[in-house]
Design a protein around this ligand. Structure first.
Ligand code: GTP
Ligand code: MG
Length: 205
């Protein structure tokens, strides 16, 4: 995470995916849960991924890589971070929901270099019905995933501890879930080192 990171591509459908190269991890979650903010916090660059109060800000799979690699064989970045469009916001038109589902399903099933999906859950809300559906989709596609609670600055510390325990209990029987639930605040910087460590481990470096 030491170098500056750059945005390389927004992917509206499968044919626009970058060629498989660097190992990647993706960030999924309901609209407004804080996916783009967490990517910015992880790399320490506020304006890298676009964030907003308006749900549905991120509409494509957005690829970020460390800068300074040519992309030629033998000179590939060590990893990519993928910001996914959010799901489950009430005003989303049906075509959006269908497009999201198709893109995400195809991507999750077909991407050999995808090593882990971080599923973000707002610590004020916990796992909701549409989160559960996404977890089932990931289990079905056998894609390794880990739950990350976000915005922990919005609730009191004992509440975070309790929610971690409850969430770990809820996902215990899910086959593709990593058993440990992480917690983060992009605002305060809490939990970022643990998440960086988890990502490094997921991509094996
Ligand atoms: P979509 O792209 O619409 O799916 O949203 P997203 O999940 O990328 O959320 P985004 O990062 O744009 O953040 C949504 C809102 O939550 C913004 O107003 C952020 O400032 C706020 N936010 C994100 N992370 C935190 C956090 O750790 N603490 C607090 N208090 N607010 C946060
Ligand atoms: Mg976003």
């Amino acid at each position: 995470f030491g170098r500056p990171w750059i945005f390389i591509r927004g992917v509206p459908s499968m044919e626009f995916l970058p060629p498989e190269g660097p190992l990647e991890v993706a960030f999924a979650g309901r609209s407004n849960v804080g996916k783009s903010s967490l990517i910015n916090a992880l790399v320490g660059q506020k304006g890298l991924a676009r964030t907003s109060n308006t749900p549905g800000r991120t509409q494509e799979l957005n690829y970020f890589v460390p800068d300074g690699y040519s992309g030629q064989a033998g000179d590939l970045p060590p990893m990519a971070l993928v910001d996914m469009p959010g799901y489950g916001y009430a005003q989303a038109p049906k075509e959006h929901v269908d497009a999201w589902t198709k893109l995400v399903f195809d991507y999750l099933r077909g991407r050999a270099t995808l090593k882990r999906v971080y599923v973000l859950i707002d610590s004020r809300h916990g796992i909701k019905k549409n989160d559960d559906e996404v977890l089932s989709l990931l289990d079905k596609a056998a894609v390794s995933y880990q739950i990350v609670l976000t915005k922990t600055d919005k609730i009191k510390a004992p509440g975070v501890v309790k929610l971690i325990a409850e969430t770990q209990e809820k996902i215990k029987k899910r086959p593709a879930a990593f058993p440990v639930v992480l917690s983060t605040s992009s605002e305060k910087g809490d939990g970022l080192d643990q998440l960086r460590g988890a990502i490094s481990e997921a991509i094996g470096r």
